[in-house]
Every structure is written in structure tokens, then in C-alpha cells.
Ligand binder design. Structure first.
Ligand code: HEM
Length: 351
């Protein structure tokens, strides 16, 4: 058993932890370990939205152009594909790419093959909208949690290794306690600045992330489940997860501090659905995210149905869960929407 905070990122606390004294977690969990030389991670969500199935082919072709734009040292180290339908009825394909350092992502983004595609006037017209949402947190400003020590997903794939069983989990506040920066920083959200104005069709809208906005990717992998566990997951847990995701995507979600939310199905290389999903959401602050997870009925029901499933199977689950949470400094995030409808991503928080 070890602390979730890697030895080279530990320091004396000036901020209290919420972990109770003498605590031992009831179940195992693990975290990704990064090489001490790694200072940042880059997570870049590239999305294309379309309303008419006839536009899917062009959307896929565009994403493939981005995916194949750069080979060699500046290409992303890992990437994955996913899709969702947003509350306005637009289908959206998302290619998420990960880099271990900011400079190689910058070079990738400035590469002519990427620039020509992204800056083309063709992106501004027609029936598809494009976005890129990029977060580059320092290693002290994100944490990962996984229920299994193998099969890493998302930013954990950039890791050097996986920890032994960790201490700080399975109690409310565990997420904050795992964040190295929380040892000395309350990570308070900024007072909202003037929100961006609603875009008109054809516009390119750039929004810089507010200081200490929080981002979560919370993933589920049911590929290895069977029998009662699979029935309970798909019949009882998944429907309440979907309800929670619908709540966060609705205007009430904005009311609890969720700036945007998506519930995505992971796709394979042929753009076919896999037995994996994830929720991705941006929040005004870590405290808003914590309050929803701990106190709101929608996450309580997700949590409760999951506990019910564990009791019913009475054996270690084959369902794999993971999450990654970042608290972004001003300058760590960049959001860009091109020809997108006004409910897309951070635009929904616009006036
Ligand atoms: C099947 C889906 C889900 C299940 C079974 C689930 C269950 C849990 C559990 C067991 C914990 C405690 C984790 C630990 O520290 O060991 C937790 C924490 C948390 N969950 Fe979920 N969850 C699910 C989906 C989500 C989604 C989609 C989100 C957000 C979009 C979310 C947000 C959070 C947050 C922010 C925490 C951290 C709370 C804290 O440590 O203060 N969860 N969840």
C-alpha cells in the first residue's frame, strides 16, 4: 500500500487531507506513475459534429486527415476514438490524442498538414462543425485512478508504470487528496470572467480555460464482464449512469457548475462501438465536481447501483473503471470551436 502521490511530488502539507486517520481502503485501486522527468501531459480532444447521416463520411475522412497528418517524433503517443449524440441531436466523433510534453504537441499543431486542414475556409462552411479542446496540465495537477493494474486507458497510457495498491480512494475527498498540487493549494476556482458571446454559424471561437477549471474523464469497460455482472451493469448501472450524464448535459448541469458534459461510446479503428464508454466533463472548479459526486442524487444513484451490483456478484468485478481529473491553470487549456452549434462544449456556458 502506498500513497497515490508519487514520491518525487510529495511535500509537507499546508492544506489538510480528508483521508481519515488510520484509514485502509475496502477494495484495491491503482494510479499511473510517470517518469520523474515528465513535467506535463497533453490531452487533445478533436471533435466533428454532423446532424445528417449523409455527412458522416466527410466527418470520418476529416478526422482521418488529422490522425494521419504527422508521423514520427511529433505524432501523438496514443489516441482513441469515440462518439456521442448531443442533446441538440448532433452526432459527434471525437479523436483524443495524448502527448507526453507540450513542445511536441505544439509542433504537431503547427505542422503544415494540420494547419492546412484546420485553418481552411472549408471548415467554416458546410454542415459539419469542428472543435479542439486541449488541456496540458503539469503532473502535479492531474490524478488518475483505476480499478485494475492493467489495461490502462487515456492519459494513464502515457505512464511509465502503475503503482502498487494506493491508500487515497473510496472516501469522498479521495480525488483531491490524490492531486499533488492539493498538498499546498486549495485549488479554488476563479470568479467567472465575462462569458464568451454566442457564435454565429461559420465563426471560429477561441476560449481560454478559466484558472482552476476542472476536467474529468471517467471511463467504464464492460468487455470482460459476463453472466449476472454483465446483466446488472447493462440493466441497472448503465441506465442510471446515462441519467446522470443527461442531467449534467442539461441546463440543470450548468446550474451545479458543470460547464459541459458528454457521454461517449468508445470506437475501434473501424469506427465500430466497443464495450467501453466514458463521461467527459468540464467544471467551474474542483469543488463543484466534488459536490456533485458526493451529494447529488444522480451520482449517488450511480454509486448505489454499482454497490448493488458488487453485492449481487459477491466476487471481484470484471467491470473496469478508471478516471482522470485535472485542475487547469490559466494557460493550461485552449478551446476552439469552428462552425459549431451554440450548445457545443464550453459554448453552452456563453451568453
Ligand atoms: C459506472 C459509472 C460510475 C461509477 C460506478 C462510479 C463510482 C464511483 C466511486 C466508487 C467513486 C469513489 C472512487 C474512489 O475514490 O475509490 C467515485 C468517485 C467519483 N466519481 Fe464516480 N462513478 C461513475 C461515473 C462517474 C462519472 C461519469 C463522473 C463524472 C463525470 C464521476 C465523478 C466522480 C468524481 C468527481 C469522484 C471523486 C469524488 C471524490 O473523491 O471526492 N463518476 N465514483
Amino acid at each position: 500500500m502506498e500513497s497515490a502521490i508519487a514520491p518525487h511530488l510529495r511535500c509537507p502539507r499546508s492544506q489538510p487531507a480528508r483521508m481519515p486517520a488510520g484509514y485502509t481502503p475496502p477494495v484495491p485501486a491503482y494510479t499511473a506513475r510517470y517518469a520523474p522527468g515528465q513535467t506535463h501531459a497533453v490531452m487533445a480532444y478533436h471533435g466533428v459534429q454532423y446532424r445528417d447521416l449523409a455527412d458522416r463520411e466527410a466527418a470520418v475522412a476529416g478526422l482521418q486527415t488529422l490522425r494521419n497528418a504527422v508521423h514520427g517524433a511529433d505524432a501523438p503517443r496514443f489516441s482513441d476514438l469515440a462518439q456521442y449524440r448531443d442533446p441538440e441531436g448532433w452526432d459527434t466523433l471525437v479523436w483524443t490524442a495524448y502527448w507526453s510534453d507540450r513542445a511536441s504537441h505544439q509542433r504537431w499543431q503547427l505542422h503544415p498538414a494540420v494547419q492546412i486542414f484546420w485553418q481552411s475556409d472549408e471548415r467554416l462552411s458546410g454542415s459539419t462543425g469542428w472543435f479542439r479542446e486541449v488541456a496540458c496540465p503539469g503532473v502535479d495537477r492531474f490524478e488518475t485512478l483505476m480499478s485494475s493494474p492493467d489495461g490502462q486507458e487515456a492519459v494513464a497510457r502515457l505512464a511509465d508504470a502503475v503503482s502498487d495498491e494506493i491508500l487515497e480512494h473510496a472516501y469522498w475527498g479521495g480525488m483531491r487528496d490524490r492531486l499533488p498540487a492539493s498538498q499546498t493549494d486549495a485549488l479554488t476556482g476563479a470568479t467567472p470572467a465575462a462569458p464568451p458571446t454566442k457564435p454565429r454559424p461559420g465563426q471560429r471561437v477561441v476560449i481560454e480555460g478559466q484558472h482552476n477549471m476542472a476536467l474529468i474523464r471517467s471511463g467504464q469497460n464492460w468487455a470482460h464482464t459476463g453472466g449476472v455482472e454483465r446483466e446488472r451493469y447493462l440493466g441497472e448501472v448503465e441506465p442510471v449512469l446515462r441519467e446522470g450524464m443527461d442531467f449534467l448535459s442539461s441546463p440543470q448541469g450548468l446550474g451545479v457548475g458543470c460547464l459541459f458534459n458528454r457521454y461517449l461510446r468508445v470506437l475501434d479503428e473501424d469506427f465500430l462501438p466497443m464495450d467501453k464508454s466514458y463521461g467527459l466533463s468540464g467544471w467551474r472548479s474542483l469543488a463543484h465536481m466534488e459536490a456533485w459526486a458526493e451529494k447529488h442524487p444522480t451520482h449517488q444513484q450511480i454509486f448505489g447501483s454499482f454497490m448493488g451490483m458488487l453485492q449481487a456478484i459477491a466476487a471481484p468485478p470484471n467491470l473496469r473503471l478508471y478516471h482522470e481529473v485535472s485542475v487547469l491553470q490559466a494557460g493550461d487549456a485552449h478551446f476552439e470551436y469552428v462552425n459549431c452549434h451554440p450548445g457545443t462544449g464550453l459554448l453552452r456556458a456563453a451568453t
